[in-house]
Design a protein around this ligand. Structure first.
Ligand SMILES: Nc1ncnc2c1ncn2[C@@H]1O[C@H](COP(=O)(O)OP(=O)(O)OP(=O)(O)O)[C@@H](O)[C@H]1O
Length: 308
């Protein structure tokens, strides 16, 4: 996928060298109470003395905060004071233009890891270092807009900081068939249309690290295939690094990308050929991966974004 007049990586957010990591995670862990508060949230709530006025205000937020604090401070033996480790000992580096796939069973902590990388949640142990030029793009696993909120696609896209040139933006909108959808209400988009709009939104800011959390969810096989091709081309188009959470082992193991196999900690990682022989990988996925993959695209015209 070549951009019109695309010349060099100058057009992207540059980092000093190819080997300077965009991000480094050092022994990162994330632990929550049974209620879902992270340890750092609990600590700040326990230390925080909320003004009495606020506690009496009756607002949902202050009620929730005071409830959470008393659970921590007054009932140490209740289920609320017990904690769950969602992730532990995560050490990894993300290099410029690196393609990484994250796989793991349901509940392995994949989305949690993405949220840590994005800075949406803070680690309860370990450290995360981000390059000063890091520019993140994100397509979340779940996205919903309240049914009563009138929000057109163009309004959603308008809220994003745009760092693409006009011709790059035009190219992106064409590739993702965004223009015909601009006036549509976001709540009326199909699953495939929503994914294309979210992808466009994440790319408008020209990220040098793109996080895609199960981007194929809810797509029919043709849209899925189209999106895989688009994603495979993305690092070249944007010169960006990419972390993709996927349950599609066949796609993951087909590419040259680095694969991280997660199950609350990093069970194994490496190139697909390394993982194929790892005992831990086989234990988690062996039986699935050995199954033959049968994909039968058909030739009709009604599939793919350009047909809409
Ligand atoms: N804030 C939170 N508080 C409590 N538990 C949480 C919180 N966030 C996630 N969890 C739990 O942590 C576990 C990991 O969740 P996560 O969404 O990261 O898993 P995942 O690997 O992305 O799963 P899936 O493949 O099903 O999407 C799950 O059991 C989930 O219920």
């Amino acid at each position: 996928m070549a951009l019109p007049n695309q010349t060099s990586s100058k057009q992207t957010t540059e980092v000093d060298t190819q080997s300077t990591p965009l991000m480094t995670l050092d022994n990162v862990g994330f632990e929550v109470s049974a209620r879902g508060l992270s340890k750092s949230d609990q600590a700040s709530l326990a230390n925080e003395s909320l003004p009495a006025k606020k506690e009496q205000s009756g607002s949902k937020l202050s009620g929730w905060l005071s409830g959470a604090r008393s659970a921590k401070t007054t009932d140490k033996n209740s289920a609320d004071s017990q904690s769950r480790v969602l992730l532990s000992d995560i050490s990894l580096q993300i290099l410029p233009r690196e393609k990484i796939s994250v796989i793991g069973p349901n509940g392995a902590g994949k989305s949690t890891l993405m949220k840590l990388i994005l800075g949406l949640i803070q680690p309860t142990s370990g450290q995360i270092h981000r390059h000063s030029n890091l520019q993140l793009g994100y397509v979340p696993q779940k996205f919903s807009v309240p049914a009563i909120l009138p929000l057109r696609v163009q309004d959603l896209l308008a809220q994003t900081e745009k760092r693409l040139t006009p011709s790059e933006q035009e190219f992106l909108y064409q590739r993702l068939s965004v223009t015909p959808l601009l006036k549509k209400q976001v709540i009326h988009l199909s699953g495939g249309e929503t994914q294309r709009i979210l992808l466009a939104r994440s790319l408008l800011s020209k990220p040098n690290l793109l996080i895609l959390d199960e981007p194929m969810q809810g797509l029919d096989p043709e849209s899925e295939r189209w999106l895989y091709e688009f994603i495979d081309d993305l690092p070249e188009f944007l010169q960006c690094a990419m972390v993709v959470v996927s349950h599609d082992l066949h796609w993951v193991m087909r590419g040259s990308r680095r694969v991280i196999c997660l199950n609350k900690h990093i069970c194994c990682e490496g190139q697909p050929s390394d993982l194929g022989v790892s005992q831990e990988f086989k234990k988690l996925f062996g039986h699935q991966y050995e199954q033959p993959y049968i994909h039968k695209p058909h030739d009709c015209q009604h599939h793919g974004p350009h047909a809409h």
